[in-house]
Write a protein that binds this ligand. Structure first.
Ligand SMILES: [Zn+2]
Length: 686
């Protein structure tokens, strides 16, 4: 184990801060490149030693040795990518562009090392006689699969080509994400008081704070952070301004010039298809899904098609009712995409006597954080205590997590406010993952969101959707915090991507459980709980607008599978392809994909969800069915069900095949019925 003590570089010195946190205050962007260089070299030497080891191959001298290796690299990478996502800068972005092909090259050196693969293949061939524990057998199996899927069994010329493809893809993915961020940062719609027709107080306050942050005090700024522009689209009575904001939002990555992503997409799709072919698959989607719970694109598509037909029918009915409101208001225009959210909000208000401005004061950020904690206490016995530790940004906060016996579980960091240095979206990540191979290592888990920051002294208010996002990311967080495995490879969220959304999406259900909502949804000004009648109306709207939401999402998942399912994706015209596929799907003209291809970061910024955006729906089948397990007992916190959930899902990492894990929890595989019911699509006639 190398751990060079280099006092001049805080990234390479042992992190001795509270809870093992890195010394953020003394880390500067210029520390990263040399730290990466040294950590990469050290890991390379470790890998070579494992590959060249003259001893006969054993689980310990290959698999466990690899699992123990690369610790400096992991620490440097973890802190770097936390900053690159949540608090980036020109200097960090420059390092990111430099380092991403180097990391890809490094990964190639590991997975395409012929001596190393020969030793793993030898061990794998003898696996039945090695006396391995179930977890060790799983780790060996995963290593073997990973090496084969990376091309370790191919000939040298194919491997050289794969290596070049991987490096190029890494660079393109980095550039893609930076281009989207650049388009988001460069756009701001600065408004005067008189332009705010329809905006409720909370939206005015957020816009005012955003303008002040951008050096325009007294004005109102609408930005392309989702919470800013979606709120504006929902409330602004100014059709002209809604159109402006909406156009900027859907054109991210498609504005011509240096930040245009279309050429990058064409190249990435082509390279991915070529890689899949080299590895013996017909398309990238076939390659990708082979190692997922779904196994084949056909299985994923079957689910999406089932949902799509119903969602389109439901969205058509929603559109008609919105068009009626337009006519009723004296409007003489067909409903456009930039009108949908505005009229949907009006209809919601009319039909359920419910408007966002009435609800929002009840969803204070800090109370919702407490609600997420309380849910974890009731399900898993966890407690959370705010601790004062130096972090990378003053808006980030940390809580120590303990179990029912008072033992330390890990550290949870919540970084909830939008800012210009943060990528859009919401995500969970980690500074350190749980494992027991090198002693008892506790996790340091982050949730990063983009909620509008309130003016000084005021409490941040969330929409119900924002609150759901908070619970979602916290569910991922628990998947990391509760992890209880020995080997790092299997830790926490290291599961197939069509399974990884189960812990997060399942957790969203508890936000809607009355004893959580009633206790934690309290008015920001009066402290009063949400009146029962309002709560009932809020919960009654759960399936409201699901036609729109399901179409907006499912179109993305289908276009993703189409794009990555192409066998010959040469000469791709991205705009044309997207238009043609949506036409083939009969996409409603009034709805735009939730993520259009030029800014579809799930697919192209790193590529974690390439040919995998269906995963959210796949996981939703699981989460809807899984929550039924609690509903069936009449107790949303049923201790026996919660224990099984912890054993087989939240603490189990990748110990088992995803289908086996689910069966362990539920006793059977899920059916799609609970999902259709949850989305209000069960009774739709198609
Ligand atoms: Zn998620």
């Amino acid at each position: 184990m190398t751990s060079p003590h280099t006092p001049d570089n805080p990234l390479l010195a042992e992190w001795t801060g509270a809870f093992g946190l890195p010394p953020f205050a003394s880390i500067a962007p210029e520390h990263f490149r040399p730290a990466f260089d040294r950590a990469l070299a050290a890991h390379r030497a470790e890998i070579d030693a494992v590959a060249e080891n003259p001893e006969p191959a054993s689980f310990d001298n290959i698999i466990a040795a690899l699992e123990r290796s690369g610790r400096d690299l992991e620490r440097v990478s973890n802190v770097f990518f936390v900053l690159a996502g949540a608090d980036t800068s020109d200097a960090i972005e420059a390092v990111e562009r430099e380092i991403s092909p180097l990391l890809a090259r490094h990964s190639n050196a590991l997975y395409l090392n012929p001596k190393l693969y020969a030793r793993i293949a030898n061990l794998y061939g003898r696996r039945g006689g090695l006396g391995l524990s179930p977890e060790q057998a799983r780790v060996l199996d995963r290593y073997h699969t990973r090496f084969v899927r990376a091309g370790a069994a191919l000939d040298k010329s194919a491997q050289d080509r794969l290596a070049a493809i991987n490096e190029r893809l890494a660079s393109l993915g980095t550039q893609f994400g930076q281009n989207v961020l650049a388009d988001e940062k460069s756009y701001v719609l600065l408004l005067e008081e008189g332009d705010l027709d329809g905006l409720p107080d909370f939206a005015r306050a957020a816009a005012r704070a955003a303008a002040a942050e951008r050096g325009a005090p007294g004005k109102y700024a609408i930005t392309l952070a989702r919470s800013s522009c979606e709120t504006f689209l929902q409330f602004s009575a100014r059709r002209d301004l809604r159109e402006k904001v909406f156009q900027a939002w859907i054109k991210r990555g498609e504005n011509g010039g240096v930040t245009d992503n279309r050429a990058l997409i064409a190249e990435m799709v082509e390279l991915r298809a070529e890689r899949a072919k080299l590895l013996g698959f017909e398309s990238f989607a076939d390659y990708r899904l082979d190692d997922q719970m779904a196994k084949t694109p056909a299985a994923a598509r079957e689910l999406l098609d089932e949902v799509w037909r119903r969602a389109r029918a439901k969205a058509a009915a929603e559109r008609d009712s919105l068009q009626d409101i337009v006519a009723g208001d004296g409007g003489n225009f067909p409903l456009a995409p930039h009108d949908w959210r505005y009229y949907a909000e009006k209809r919601r208000k009319a039909e359920f006597d419910l408007d966002e401005a009435e609800i929002k004061p009840y969803f204070q950020l800090d109370r919702m954080i407490e609600a997420a904690f309380e849910t974890a206490r009731r399900l898993f016995g966890l407690t959370f205590t705010l601790v004062a530790v130096p972090l990378y940004h003053p808006d980030a906060r940390a809580w120590e997590v303990k179990d029912a016996s008072g033992a330390h579980v890990g550290l949870f960091i919540g970084d909830y406010y939008a800012r210009a240095s943060k990528h859009s979206g919401a995500w969970m990540t980690s500074l350190r993952d749980q494992e027991k191979l090198t002693g008892k290592v506790s996790p340091i888990i982050l949730n990063v969101c983009n909620f509008s920051k309130p003016a000084a002294g005021e409490s941040a208010l969330l929409s119900f959707d924002d609150a759901r996002t908070l619970f979602h990311e916290f569910g991922h967080g628990l998947h990391g915090l509760l992890s209880n495995v020995t080997y790092p490879l299997l830790s926490g969220t290291a599961v197939p991507s069509d399974f990884v959304e189960l812990p997060s999406q399942l957790y969203e259900h508890w936000l809607e459980v009355p004893e959580i909502l009633q206790a934690y949804a309290r008015h920001a000004a009066t402290g009063e709980p949400m009146p029962k009648a309002l709560l009932d109306r809020l919960l009654a709207t759960r399936t409201y607008g699901q036609g729109f939401a399901t179409v907006e999402y499912t179109a993305c998942a289908l276009v993703d599978l189409d794009l990555h399912g192409r066998r010959d994706p040469t000469a791709l015209n991205v705009t044309e392809f997207e238009r043609e596929r949506l036409a083939a799907l009969n996409m409603p003209a009034e709805i735009v994909m939730r993520h259009r291809l030029p800014h579809f970061q799930h697919l192209f910024s790193g590529g974690g969800y390439a040919a995998g955006y269906y995963s959210y729906m796949w996981s939703e089948v699981l989460d809807a069915d899984a929550f039924e397990a609690f509903a069936e007992t009449g107790d949303p916190f049923n201790p026996a069900v919660a224990q099984r959930l912890r054993d087989f899902i939240y603490s189990a990492g990748n110990l088992r095949d995803a289908g086996e894990a689910y069966k362990g929890f539920r006793g059977r595989l899920p059916s799609v019925d609970a999902l259709l019911k949850k989305r209000g699509l069960a009774d739709v006639i198609v």
